[in-house]
Design a binder for this molecule. Structure first.
Ligand SMILES: [Zn+2]
Length: 352
């Protein structure tokens, strides 16, 4: 992959200097509220024990961040000793979060495997059964890590992957973890800070064939969501770009996805089913039209990559991290907005 890297650096030095003069915990709470939990953990590690900082608040924020990326053991170590403590009004107490954490740990699969790259742990995998399906997921994760981290230019700290055999328990875990009910196709998800897989789909049918391209592509796709979520946090990312980038990552493990996308786009165009720009930039509308929205998002992300190159895409994401608005990031990078980009893309896929 070319050289651009998604900015995922730590601000330890900046925060260490703030600790001497200001309220480091309040500053770190801003990072927490932006959903950048890896960053919170790194910064809290650098600040806890420094004279003059509020260690209790820092341990609370670090524990909550561990919790958000499903490092449950580390979260419990920070949160349980804090009891009823909450650092600020309207924040949940550590005890409340510890109780939910205990429920999740009871529901989580119990067999543990740590996958490493060199001497670095890249996945901590929990599975219900050591069977062919879970083995196929585990065998695919290191390649997904290499390809997706290479694509974004990020070395992601250990990711928790939970592989369920038991569908109802997966659904309970999913609901407790995300607050939502899994839909019929959600046998794999990486939209939180961790990866969840279920051998049985939410409707009880057996999930995807582990020998197929779709299986491999989905594992990379969901890991891409997980990585983007951990780097961008709550930075708004319109669904066409979020799903489009995840599909580009899926194609790194399933290259036939590119030719399948060309065929899907020809069908959408010939049947007059292209979605308007308003639908693909709207988080609710996009997911109401999955048959059209996903191929279109993939095609738009491939178009963007063709036009600005891989480095251009990564630089756009860095601009998005700074601007927190994709139209402003596009304007800053190429003097265009999403509507302009959509119009340029549409001209390339529709006959003149
Ligand atoms: Zn997706």
């Amino acid at each position: 992959m070319p050289g651009a890297r998604l900015r995922f650096g730590c601000w330890v030095i900046l925060f260490a200097s703030l600790a001497a003069s200001g309220d480091a915990a309040s500053d770190l709470a801003l990072v927490y509220n932006r959903g950048q939990h890896d960053k919170v953990i790194v910064q809290a590690n650098g600040l806890i024990g420094v004279a003059g900082v509020n260690d209790k608040a820092l341990r609370y924020l670090r524990g909550m961040s561990y919790y958000r990326i499903a490092w449950f053991g580390a979260a419990a170590q920070d949160l349980v000793p804090l009891g009823d403590y909450a650092p600020w009004p309207r924040w949940p107490s550590a005890a409340q979060e510890s109780a939910r954490l205990a429920t999740l740990r009871q529901l989580a699969p119990t067999h543990t495997t740590v996958l490493t790259q060199g001497r670095t742990a890249i996945f901590r995998v929990y599975c219900d059964e050591d069977n062919d399906w879970s083995k196929a997921v585990i065998a695919t994760l290191p390649e997904a890590y290499r390809q997706v981290c290479g694509y974004f230019g990020v070395q992601l700290a250990e990711t928790t992957a939970l592989i369920f055999h038991d569908g109802p328990r997966y659904n309970s875990f999913y609901r407790t973890w995300s607050g939502a009910t899994p839909t019929s196709w959600q046998w794999a998800t990486g939209s939180g800070g961790a990866l969840l897989y279920c051998e049985c789909d939410a409707d009880g049918k057996r999930a995807t064939d582990p020998a197929g391209d779709y299986f491999r592509g989905c594992i990379a796709h969901e890991f891409a969501h997980c990585l983007v979520n951990r780097v961008l946090g709550t930075t708004p990312l319109p669904p066409w770009l979020n799903e489009g980038l995840a599909m580009c990552c899926g194609a790194l493990l399933a290259p036939n996805d590119n030719t399948s996308n060309d065929a899907a786009m020809r069908t959408l165009v010939s049947s007059g089913r292209l979605l308007p720009v308003e639908t693909v930039i709207d988080g609710d509308q996009f997911y109401q039209h999955p048959g059209e929205a996903y191929p279109q998002a993939f095609s738009m992300a491939r178009f963007l990559t063709d036009r600005v190159g891989h480095d251009g895409v990564i630089n756009l994401l860095n601009a998005l991290l700074a601007e927190r608005d994709l139209d402003r990031a596009l304007q800053r990078s190429w003097k265009i907005d999403q509507r302009g980009l959509y119009a340029a893309w549409r001209r390339t896929v529709t006959p003149q």
